[in-house]
Design a protein around this ligand. Structure first.
Ligand code: SF4
Length: 234
């Protein structure tokens, strides 16, 4: 654990030294991201922290967002979807359009998540994510630092070698605020209508867009390239 913690801190310090103020941490306030929040506050506070408020987040996510703001005193830059885009989408397809088709779900993710993330990354030269290699087979080839072809910037993955146990050991040892939905069998937390608890033995990402056909590519588009994110962490 201590060795991967050193690697993580080195990567965060490198990202801050090479790219501040043009490096952002895209924080979803899941378990990995609160660990990174804590580490950034302690070791690399010049990294800007952004988060996407899709307008459909669970109350528990807002609770941990505020708990982090209060504990660490860091500015959190919220990025909202463009109101005209949301208004047009909801008028035309309804507020729960994502249950009707994969196409609709991807449109909702595009408007509420992907476009706001693109706006948040405008002008950035690098971003930091809480992706871990063991989260998905699609992440086997992930590197600690890589070029993000989708956004045309550098991507730092400081938690790449952490296990789930490492994450929770760190949270408990450092009294890091975390999303209370994790205590109710929600390993992966996204928007409230698109996230459910999982049962014992289910894939950790089975609670995301669970109504879709297993063969469909369940992908939110935030980490589409170069790492394909099947039912990813956001
Ligand atoms: S996760 Fe669901 S509610 Fe959130 S942006 Fe995607 S489709 Fe819309």
């Amino acid at each position: 654990m201590s060795q991967i913690l050193v690697q993580t801190m080195d990567l965060l310090k490198q990202a801050a030294a090479e790219y501040s103020p043009d490096v952002v941490f895209a924080c979803s306030f899941g378990a990995e991201d609160v660990v990174l929040f804590d580490l950034i506050a302690k070791h690399a506070p010049s990294i800007r922290i952004i988060t996407l408020d899709t307008g459909r987040l669970p109350q528990e996510t807002y609770d941990v967002m505020d708990a982090c703001r209060e504990k660490y005193g860091l500015k959190i830059e919220l990025q909202f979807p463009a109101a005209p885009d949301v208004e047009q989408m909801v008028r035309e397809k309804g507020v729960n359009l994502f249950y009707q088709s994969i196409e609709n779900r991807k449109l909702c993710c595009e408007i509420r998540k992907v476009r706001p993330l693109k706006r948040a990354l405008e002008g950035a030269e690098a971003w930091v994510t809480g992706l871990r290699r063991e989260q998905a087979s699609s992440r086997t080839d992930m590197q600690p630092i890589e070029d993000d072809a989708a956004f045309g910037i550098r991507k730092f993955n400081p938690l790449i070698e952490w296990s789930e146990k490492d994450i929770w050991d760190y949270i408990h040892a450092n009294d890091v605020p975390y999303n209370k939905l994790h205590d109710q069998f929600y390993p992966s937390i996204g928007c409230a209508p698109c996230t459910r608890a999982i049962s014992a033995g289910e894939d950790p990402r089975a609670g995301r867009w669970w109504w879709e056909n297993e063969d469909a590519v369940a992908e939110c588009g935030l980490h589409a390239n170069p790492v394909s994110d099947v039912k990813g962490a956001h």
